[in-house]
Write a protein that binds this ligand. Structure first.
Ligand code: IFM
Length: 441
Protein backbone atom coordinates (compact mmCIF):
# COMPACT_ATOMS: atom_id res chain seq x y z
CA UNK A 1 0.00 0.00 0.00
CA UNK A 2 1.16 3.55 -0.69
CA UNK A 3 -0.17 4.78 2.67
CA UNK A 4 0.14 3.92 6.34
CA UNK A 5 -2.07 4.37 9.38
CA UNK A 6 -0.18 7.46 10.52
CA UNK A 7 -1.07 9.26 7.24
CA UNK A 8 -4.61 9.59 8.62
CA UNK A 9 -5.86 11.58 11.62
CA UNK A 10 -5.67 10.05 15.09
CA UNK A 11 -8.81 8.01 15.73
CA UNK A 12 -9.52 7.37 12.04
CA UNK A 13 -11.46 4.09 11.83
CA UNK A 14 -10.04 1.46 9.50
CA UNK A 15 -12.48 -1.35 8.92
CA UNK A 16 -14.29 -3.69 6.57
CA UNK A 17 -17.96 -4.07 5.74
CA UNK A 18 -20.42 -6.91 5.11
CA UNK A 19 -24.20 -7.33 5.05
CA UNK A 20 -26.45 -9.90 6.69
CA UNK A 21 -28.02 -11.66 3.71
CA UNK A 22 -24.73 -11.73 1.84
CA UNK A 23 -22.79 -13.65 4.49
CA UNK A 24 -24.86 -15.01 7.39
CA UNK A 25 -26.68 -18.00 5.96
CA UNK A 26 -30.32 -17.00 6.13
CA UNK A 27 -31.60 -20.55 6.54
CA UNK A 28 -30.19 -20.68 10.07
CA UNK A 29 -31.67 -19.39 13.31
CA UNK A 30 -35.33 -18.96 12.44
CA UNK A 31 -35.03 -16.10 9.94
CA UNK A 32 -38.07 -15.48 7.74
CA UNK A 33 -38.18 -15.60 3.96
CA UNK A 34 -37.06 -12.41 2.20
CA UNK A 35 -37.83 -11.04 -1.24
CA UNK A 36 -34.31 -12.09 -2.24
CA UNK A 37 -35.17 -15.74 -1.58
CA UNK A 38 -38.12 -15.62 -3.95
CA UNK A 39 -36.38 -13.37 -6.50
CA UNK A 40 -33.50 -15.88 -6.65
CA UNK A 41 -35.92 -18.79 -6.96
CA UNK A 42 -37.43 -17.23 -10.10
CA UNK A 43 -35.61 -18.24 -13.31
CA UNK A 44 -33.44 -15.63 -14.97
CA UNK A 45 -32.95 -13.26 -12.03
CA UNK A 46 -29.77 -14.53 -10.36
CA UNK A 47 -26.83 -16.41 -11.83
CA UNK A 48 -27.41 -20.15 -11.27
CA UNK A 49 -30.43 -19.12 -9.16
CA UNK A 50 -28.09 -18.86 -6.16
CA UNK A 51 -29.43 -17.44 -2.91
CA UNK A 52 -28.23 -16.51 0.58
CA UNK A 53 -29.45 -19.63 2.36
CA UNK A 54 -25.93 -20.71 3.31
CA UNK A 55 -23.75 -17.86 2.00
CA UNK A 56 -20.53 -17.81 4.10
CA UNK A 57 -22.21 -19.40 7.12
CA UNK A 58 -21.09 -16.40 9.16
CA UNK A 59 -23.99 -17.30 11.47
CA UNK A 60 -21.80 -20.09 12.85
CA UNK A 61 -18.34 -18.80 11.89
CA UNK A 62 -18.64 -15.19 13.07
CA UNK A 63 -16.00 -15.50 15.79
CA UNK A 64 -13.36 -16.70 13.35
CA UNK A 65 -14.38 -13.93 10.92
CA UNK A 66 -14.04 -11.27 13.60
CA UNK A 67 -10.63 -12.70 14.51
CA UNK A 68 -9.56 -12.11 10.90
CA UNK A 69 -10.60 -8.44 11.19
CA UNK A 70 -8.82 -8.02 14.47
CA UNK A 71 -5.66 -9.75 13.23
CA UNK A 72 -5.45 -7.20 10.41
CA UNK A 73 -5.35 -4.41 13.01
CA UNK A 74 -8.74 -3.06 12.03
CA UNK A 75 -10.69 -0.78 14.37
CA UNK A 76 -14.26 -1.21 13.20
CA UNK A 77 -16.68 -3.58 11.55
CA UNK A 78 -19.64 -2.45 9.47
CA UNK A 79 -22.35 -5.13 9.56
CA UNK A 80 -26.10 -5.22 9.09
CA UNK A 81 -28.94 -6.75 11.02
CA UNK A 82 -31.57 -8.56 9.01
CA UNK A 83 -35.17 -7.38 9.43
CA UNK A 84 -36.45 -10.86 8.47
CA UNK A 85 -34.19 -12.52 11.04
CA UNK A 86 -35.53 -10.30 13.82
CA UNK A 87 -39.16 -10.28 12.62
CA UNK A 88 -39.76 -13.21 10.25
CA UNK A 89 -43.11 -11.74 9.14
CA UNK A 90 -41.85 -8.15 9.11
CA UNK A 91 -43.92 -7.24 12.17
CA UNK A 92 -45.56 -9.10 15.01
CA UNK A 93 -43.80 -12.11 16.47
CA UNK A 94 -40.14 -11.54 17.33
CA UNK A 95 -37.59 -14.28 16.60
CA UNK A 96 -35.67 -14.41 19.88
CA UNK A 97 -32.95 -16.54 18.27
CA UNK A 98 -32.33 -13.69 15.86
CA UNK A 99 -31.97 -11.12 18.62
CA UNK A 100 -29.71 -13.53 20.54
CA UNK A 101 -27.47 -13.90 17.48
CA UNK A 102 -26.97 -10.15 17.08
CA UNK A 103 -26.39 -9.85 20.81
CA UNK A 104 -23.56 -12.43 20.61
CA UNK A 105 -22.21 -10.82 17.45
CA UNK A 106 -21.93 -7.35 18.97
CA UNK A 107 -20.36 -8.69 22.15
CA UNK A 108 -17.84 -10.63 20.07
CA UNK A 109 -16.88 -7.38 18.28
CA UNK A 110 -16.41 -5.54 21.56
CA UNK A 111 -14.34 -8.38 23.02
CA UNK A 112 -11.96 -7.90 20.09
CA UNK A 113 -11.85 -4.12 20.38
CA UNK A 114 -13.83 -3.63 17.14
CA UNK A 115 -16.32 -0.75 16.97
CA UNK A 116 -19.72 -2.04 15.77
CA UNK A 117 -21.16 0.08 12.93
CA UNK A 118 -24.68 -1.26 12.43
CA UNK A 119 -26.89 -0.93 9.34
CA UNK A 120 -30.61 -1.55 9.85
CA UNK A 121 -31.65 -2.27 6.26
CA UNK A 122 -29.33 -3.88 3.76
CA UNK A 123 -32.13 -5.28 1.63
CA UNK A 124 -33.72 -8.16 3.59
CA UNK A 125 -37.34 -7.19 2.95
CA UNK A 126 -39.46 -9.85 4.70
CA UNK A 127 -41.55 -11.69 2.08
CA UNK A 128 -44.72 -11.09 4.08
CA UNK A 129 -44.20 -7.33 3.64
CA UNK A 130 -43.21 -7.75 -0.01
CA UNK A 131 -46.67 -9.35 -0.39
CA UNK A 132 -48.13 -6.06 0.84
CA UNK A 133 -46.18 -4.04 -1.71
CA UNK A 134 -42.80 -3.66 0.02
CA UNK A 135 -41.40 -0.18 -0.52
CA UNK A 136 -44.30 0.84 -2.76
CA UNK A 137 -46.49 0.69 0.37
CA UNK A 138 -46.26 3.70 2.66
CA UNK A 139 -46.96 1.53 5.74
CA UNK A 140 -43.62 -0.22 5.23
CA UNK A 141 -41.90 2.89 6.59
CA UNK A 142 -43.76 2.56 9.89
CA UNK A 143 -43.08 -1.18 10.15
CA UNK A 144 -39.42 -0.41 9.51
CA UNK A 145 -39.39 2.06 12.41
CA UNK A 146 -40.94 -0.65 14.63
CA UNK A 147 -38.23 -3.14 13.64
CA UNK A 148 -35.56 -0.46 14.22
CA UNK A 149 -36.85 0.06 17.73
CA UNK A 150 -36.92 -3.67 18.54
CA UNK A 151 -33.36 -4.38 17.44
CA UNK A 152 -32.09 -1.17 19.05
CA UNK A 153 -33.63 -2.10 22.39
CA UNK A 154 -31.50 -5.24 22.29
CA UNK A 155 -28.11 -4.03 20.97
CA UNK A 156 -28.34 -0.23 20.85
CA UNK A 157 -26.46 0.12 24.13
CA UNK A 158 -23.34 -1.39 22.53
CA UNK A 159 -23.22 -0.33 18.88
CA UNK A 160 -20.96 2.57 17.98
CA UNK A 161 -23.28 3.92 15.30
CA UNK A 162 -26.47 3.10 13.42
CA UNK A 163 -27.23 3.62 9.74
CA UNK A 164 -30.89 3.46 8.80
CA UNK A 165 -30.67 2.40 5.15
CA UNK A 166 -27.92 1.10 2.91
CA UNK A 167 -27.94 2.61 -0.59
CA UNK A 168 -31.50 3.88 -1.10
CA UNK A 169 -30.85 4.27 -4.85
CA UNK A 170 -30.38 0.50 -5.11
CA UNK A 171 -33.43 -0.17 -2.93
CA UNK A 172 -35.61 2.09 -5.09
CA UNK A 173 -34.26 2.65 -8.62
CA UNK A 174 -32.15 -0.44 -9.27
CA UNK A 175 -34.90 -2.68 -7.90
CA UNK A 176 -38.10 -1.00 -9.18
CA UNK A 177 -37.02 0.82 -12.38
CA UNK A 178 -34.12 -1.23 -13.76
CA UNK A 179 -35.42 -4.49 -12.27
CA UNK A 180 -31.95 -5.84 -11.52
CA UNK A 181 -32.55 -6.42 -7.82
CA UNK A 182 -35.50 -7.80 -5.85
CA UNK A 183 -38.39 -7.26 -6.30
CA UNK A 184 -37.34 -6.96 -9.96
CA UNK A 185 -39.94 -4.42 -11.04
CA UNK A 186 -39.63 -2.14 -14.07
CA UNK A 187 -42.31 0.43 -13.36
CA UNK A 188 -41.95 4.19 -12.93
CA UNK A 189 -44.90 4.54 -10.54
CA UNK A 190 -43.53 1.84 -8.25
CA UNK A 191 -40.11 3.52 -8.48
CA UNK A 192 -41.36 6.98 -7.53
CA UNK A 193 -43.13 5.52 -4.52
CA UNK A 194 -40.10 3.48 -3.47
CA UNK A 195 -37.80 6.53 -3.95
CA UNK A 196 -39.98 8.41 -1.48
CA UNK A 197 -40.98 5.68 0.98
CA UNK A 198 -37.38 4.58 1.51
CA UNK A 199 -36.58 8.15 2.56
CA UNK A 200 -39.67 8.25 4.75
CA UNK A 201 -38.49 5.01 6.39
CA UNK A 202 -35.16 6.73 7.08
CA UNK A 203 -36.94 9.71 8.64
CA UNK A 204 -39.32 7.63 10.75
CA UNK A 205 -36.52 5.42 12.06
CA UNK A 206 -34.41 8.49 12.89
CA UNK A 207 -37.28 10.02 14.84
CA UNK A 208 -38.03 6.78 16.67
CA UNK A 209 -34.42 6.02 17.62
CA UNK A 210 -33.63 9.62 18.60
CA UNK A 211 -36.71 9.56 20.79
CA UNK A 212 -35.24 6.53 22.55
CA UNK A 213 -32.00 8.43 23.18
CA UNK A 214 -29.98 6.48 20.61
CA UNK A 215 -26.97 8.44 19.39
CA UNK A 216 -24.72 8.51 16.34
CA UNK A 217 -27.45 7.97 13.75
CA UNK A 218 -26.78 8.27 10.02
CA UNK A 219 -27.47 6.88 6.58
CA UNK A 220 -25.34 5.26 3.89
CA UNK A 221 -25.75 6.60 0.34
CA UNK A 222 -24.08 5.32 -2.80
CA UNK A 223 -22.87 7.64 -5.50
CA UNK A 224 -22.20 7.43 -9.24
CA UNK A 225 -19.64 9.88 -10.61
CA UNK A 226 -21.88 10.73 -13.55
CA UNK A 227 -19.92 12.38 -16.37
CA UNK A 228 -20.81 13.33 -19.95
CA UNK A 229 -19.54 10.80 -22.49
CA UNK A 230 -18.44 13.65 -24.79
CA UNK A 231 -18.36 17.44 -24.96
CA UNK A 232 -21.86 17.86 -26.39
CA UNK A 233 -24.54 19.82 -24.55
CA UNK A 234 -26.76 16.73 -24.76
CA UNK A 235 -24.22 14.52 -22.98
CA UNK A 236 -23.71 17.19 -20.30
CA UNK A 237 -27.44 17.36 -19.69
CA UNK A 238 -27.65 13.54 -19.58
CA UNK A 239 -24.92 13.37 -16.92
CA UNK A 240 -26.64 16.16 -14.98
CA UNK A 241 -29.92 14.24 -14.97
CA UNK A 242 -28.23 11.04 -13.83
CA UNK A 243 -26.59 13.05 -11.03
CA UNK A 244 -30.00 14.43 -10.00
CA UNK A 245 -31.66 11.01 -9.88
CA UNK A 246 -28.84 8.92 -8.43
CA UNK A 247 -26.84 11.33 -6.28
CA UNK A 248 -28.87 14.43 -5.42
CA UNK A 249 -32.30 12.90 -4.73
CA UNK A 250 -31.35 11.36 -1.41
CA UNK A 251 -28.80 13.80 0.01
CA UNK A 252 -30.95 16.85 -0.84
CA UNK A 253 -34.03 15.30 0.74
CA UNK A 254 -32.05 14.76 3.94
CA UNK A 255 -30.11 18.01 4.10
CA UNK A 256 -32.55 20.43 2.37
CA UNK A 257 -35.95 18.79 2.57
CA UNK A 258 -36.39 18.90 -1.22
CA UNK A 259 -36.10 16.62 -4.22
CA UNK A 260 -34.34 17.98 -7.34
CA UNK A 261 -36.70 19.55 -9.91
CA UNK A 262 -34.98 17.61 -12.71
CA UNK A 263 -35.93 14.32 -11.02
CA UNK A 264 -39.46 15.43 -10.19
CA UNK A 265 -39.92 16.26 -13.88
CA UNK A 266 -40.18 12.50 -14.42
CA UNK A 267 -41.28 11.14 -11.06
CA UNK A 268 -43.59 13.99 -10.03
CA UNK A 269 -46.87 12.66 -11.40
CA UNK A 270 -46.18 9.19 -9.98
CA UNK A 271 -45.39 10.31 -6.44
CA UNK A 272 -47.68 9.25 -3.58
CA UNK A 273 -50.29 11.83 -2.58
CA UNK A 274 -49.16 14.32 0.01
CA UNK A 275 -45.50 13.37 -0.21
CA UNK A 276 -44.53 16.99 0.52
CA UNK A 277 -45.86 16.60 4.07
CA UNK A 278 -43.25 13.90 4.78
CA UNK A 279 -40.26 16.08 3.95
CA UNK A 280 -39.97 17.51 7.46
CA UNK A 281 -39.43 14.02 8.87
CA UNK A 282 -36.86 13.17 6.18
CA UNK A 283 -35.10 16.52 6.61
CA UNK A 284 -33.65 16.16 10.09
CA UNK A 285 -30.01 16.33 11.14
CA UNK A 286 -27.87 13.26 10.72
CA UNK A 287 -24.93 12.63 13.03
CA UNK A 288 -22.80 11.22 10.24
CA UNK A 289 -22.98 10.38 6.55
CA UNK A 290 -21.80 7.17 4.91
CA UNK A 291 -20.46 7.39 1.36
CA UNK A 292 -20.32 4.23 -0.76
CA UNK A 293 -18.30 4.72 -3.92
CA UNK A 294 -17.15 2.30 -6.59
CA UNK A 295 -16.93 3.82 -10.07
CA UNK A 296 -17.86 6.50 -12.58
CA UNK A 297 -20.47 6.40 -15.35
CA UNK A 298 -20.44 8.10 -18.77
CA UNK A 299 -23.81 9.21 -20.16
CA UNK A 300 -25.39 10.16 -23.47
CA UNK A 301 -28.92 11.29 -24.26
CA UNK A 302 -31.20 8.72 -25.89
CA UNK A 303 -34.40 10.31 -27.22
CA UNK A 304 -35.64 6.88 -28.41
CA UNK A 305 -36.47 5.80 -24.84
CA UNK A 306 -38.89 7.34 -22.30
CA UNK A 307 -37.79 9.63 -19.49
CA UNK A 308 -35.08 10.01 -18.32
CA UNK A 309 -34.01 9.29 -21.93
CA UNK A 310 -30.35 8.74 -21.06
CA UNK A 311 -28.08 5.73 -21.18
CA UNK A 312 -24.58 4.84 -20.01
CA UNK A 313 -21.82 4.04 -22.48
CA UNK A 314 -18.65 2.04 -21.83
CA UNK A 315 -15.56 4.00 -20.80
CA UNK A 316 -11.93 3.27 -21.63
CA UNK A 317 -10.41 3.00 -18.13
CA UNK A 318 -9.26 -0.35 -16.66
CA UNK A 319 -12.21 -2.26 -15.22
CA UNK A 320 -12.91 -4.60 -12.31
CA UNK A 321 -14.57 -8.02 -12.55
CA UNK A 322 -17.91 -6.16 -12.41
CA UNK A 323 -16.94 -4.23 -15.55
CA UNK A 324 -16.78 -1.05 -13.45
CA UNK A 325 -14.13 1.52 -14.40
CA UNK A 326 -11.49 2.22 -11.78
CA UNK A 327 -11.67 5.96 -11.02
CA UNK A 328 -10.40 6.98 -7.56
CA UNK A 329 -10.84 10.71 -8.29
CA UNK A 330 -14.58 10.11 -8.02
CA UNK A 331 -14.19 9.29 -4.34
CA UNK A 332 -12.32 12.53 -3.73
CA UNK A 333 -15.09 14.34 -5.64
CA UNK A 334 -17.92 13.01 -3.48
CA UNK A 335 -16.14 13.38 -0.14
CA UNK A 336 -15.31 17.02 -0.80
CA UNK A 337 -18.65 17.74 -2.48
CA UNK A 338 -20.62 16.29 0.44
CA UNK A 339 -18.64 18.42 2.87
CA UNK A 340 -18.79 21.57 0.79
CA UNK A 341 -22.37 21.42 -0.54
CA UNK A 342 -24.33 19.38 1.98
CA UNK A 343 -23.04 18.28 5.38
CA UNK A 344 -20.27 20.71 6.30
CA UNK A 345 -18.14 19.30 9.10
CA UNK A 346 -20.57 16.48 10.01
CA UNK A 347 -18.42 13.33 10.10
CA UNK A 348 -18.27 11.39 6.84
CA UNK A 349 -17.25 7.74 6.57
CA UNK A 350 -16.32 5.86 3.44
CA UNK A 351 -18.70 3.03 4.30
CA UNK A 352 -17.95 0.96 1.19
CA UNK A 353 -15.26 0.91 -1.43
CA UNK A 354 -13.66 -2.11 -3.04
CA UNK A 355 -13.40 -4.23 -6.13
CA UNK A 356 -14.34 -7.63 -7.46
CA UNK A 357 -11.73 -9.72 -9.21
CA UNK A 358 -11.65 -13.29 -10.48
CA UNK A 359 -9.37 -14.37 -7.63
CA UNK A 360 -7.94 -17.89 -7.63
CA UNK A 361 -6.23 -19.89 -4.91
CA UNK A 362 -2.76 -20.95 -6.04
CA UNK A 363 -0.51 -22.92 -3.72
CA UNK A 364 -2.80 -22.07 -0.84
CA UNK A 365 -2.69 -18.28 -1.40
CA UNK A 366 -4.42 -15.57 -3.42
CA UNK A 367 -2.20 -13.05 -5.19
CA UNK A 368 -4.33 -9.94 -5.96
CA UNK A 369 -2.06 -6.97 -6.72
CA UNK A 370 -4.93 -5.32 -8.63
CA UNK A 371 -6.92 -5.05 -5.39
CA UNK A 372 -3.94 -3.78 -3.41
CA UNK A 373 -3.46 -1.00 -5.98
CA UNK A 374 -7.20 -0.22 -6.00
CA UNK A 375 -7.39 0.07 -2.22
CA UNK A 376 -4.21 2.07 -2.02
CA UNK A 377 -5.37 4.59 -4.63
CA UNK A 378 -8.76 5.05 -2.96
CA UNK A 379 -7.15 5.60 0.44
CA UNK A 380 -4.92 8.22 -1.16
CA UNK A 381 -8.00 9.89 -2.69
CA UNK A 382 -9.53 9.95 0.81
CA UNK A 383 -6.38 11.45 2.26
CA UNK A 384 -6.51 14.21 -0.35
CA UNK A 385 -10.16 14.85 0.48
CA UNK A 386 -9.26 15.26 4.15
CA UNK A 387 -6.49 17.70 3.21
CA UNK A 388 -9.09 19.57 1.16
CA UNK A 389 -11.36 20.00 4.16
CA UNK A 390 -13.67 16.96 4.29
CA UNK A 391 -14.15 15.59 7.82
CA UNK A 392 -13.66 11.93 6.87
CA UNK A 393 -13.37 9.78 9.97
CA UNK A 394 -13.13 6.24 8.65
CA UNK A 395 -12.91 3.88 5.70
CA UNK A 396 -14.50 0.43 5.41
CA UNK A 397 -13.33 -1.89 2.66
CA UNK A 398 -16.10 -3.79 0.85
CA UNK A 399 -15.94 -6.55 1.66
CA UNK A 400 -14.29 -8.53 4.40
CA UNK A 401 -15.30 -11.83 2.75
CA UNK A 402 -16.14 -13.00 -0.75
CA UNK A 403 -19.91 -13.26 -0.51
CA UNK A 404 -23.32 -13.32 -2.19
CA UNK A 405 -23.15 -10.56 -4.78
CA UNK A 406 -26.91 -10.38 -5.30
CA UNK A 407 -27.94 -11.00 -8.93
CA UNK A 408 -24.39 -12.19 -9.64
CA UNK A 409 -24.62 -14.97 -7.07
CA UNK A 410 -21.23 -16.09 -5.77
CA UNK A 411 -19.38 -15.32 -8.99
CA UNK A 412 -17.97 -11.86 -8.20
CA UNK A 413 -15.33 -11.83 -5.50
CA UNK A 414 -15.08 -8.56 -3.55
CA UNK A 415 -13.47 -9.99 -0.42
CA UNK A 416 -10.07 -9.30 1.08
CA UNK A 417 -10.55 -12.82 2.34
CA UNK A 418 -11.21 -15.60 -0.16
CA UNK A 419 -14.07 -17.97 0.65
CA UNK A 420 -14.24 -21.44 -0.86
CA UNK A 421 -17.99 -21.85 -1.20
CA UNK A 422 -17.70 -25.67 -1.14
CA UNK A 423 -15.71 -25.99 2.10
CA UNK A 424 -16.30 -22.45 3.50
CA UNK A 425 -12.55 -22.21 4.15
CA UNK A 426 -11.35 -18.62 4.54
CA UNK A 427 -8.00 -17.59 3.00
CA UNK A 428 -6.83 -13.99 3.49
CA UNK A 429 -5.65 -12.61 0.15
CA UNK A 430 -2.38 -10.74 -0.48
CA UNK A 431 -4.31 -7.42 -0.31
CA UNK A 432 -5.39 -8.31 3.24
CA UNK A 433 -1.75 -8.81 4.23
CA UNK A 434 -0.79 -5.54 2.53
CA UNK A 435 -3.49 -3.64 4.43
CA UNK A 436 -2.43 -5.30 7.67
CA UNK A 437 1.13 -4.09 7.09
CA UNK A 438 -0.11 -0.55 6.37
CA UNK A 439 -2.17 -0.51 9.58
CA UNK A 440 0.59 -1.79 11.87
CA UNK A 441 1.23 0.63 14.73
O1 IFM B 1 -22.30 -6.11 -2.58
C1 IFM B 1 -22.76 -4.80 -2.71
C2 IFM B 1 -23.32 -4.30 -1.39
O2 IFM B 1 -24.34 -5.11 -0.92
C3 IFM B 1 -23.86 -2.91 -1.54
N1 IFM B 1 -22.92 -2.03 -2.18
C4 IFM B 1 -22.25 -2.49 -3.37
C5 IFM B 1 -21.66 -3.86 -3.15
C6 IFM B 1 -20.95 -4.34 -4.42
O3 IFM B 1 -21.84 -4.41 -5.49
Amino acid sequence: MKFKRSDFPEGFVFGAATAAYQIEGHKFGGAGSTHWDTFAATPGNVIRAEDGALACDHYHMYEADLDILKDAGMDGYRFSTSWARVLPEGYGTINQEGLDFYDRLVDAMLERGLKPFQTLYHWEMPSALADLGGWTNRDTAGWFADYSEIITRRIGDRVHSVSTINEPWCVAFLSHFLGHHAPGLRDIRATARAMHHIMLAHGEAMTRLRGMGQRNLGIVLNFDRALPADDSAGAKAAAGLQDAIFNRWFIEAITRGTYPDESLAGFGKHMPKGWQDDMASIHQPIDWLGVNYYTRGLYVPDPTIPWPSIRPVAGALPKTQMGWEIFPDGLHHFLTRMAHDYVGQTPIYVTENGMAWDDKIENGAVYDPERTAFVSDHFLATKRAIADGANVQGFFYWSLLDNYEWAFGYEKRFGMVHVDFETLKRTPKASYHALKAALAR
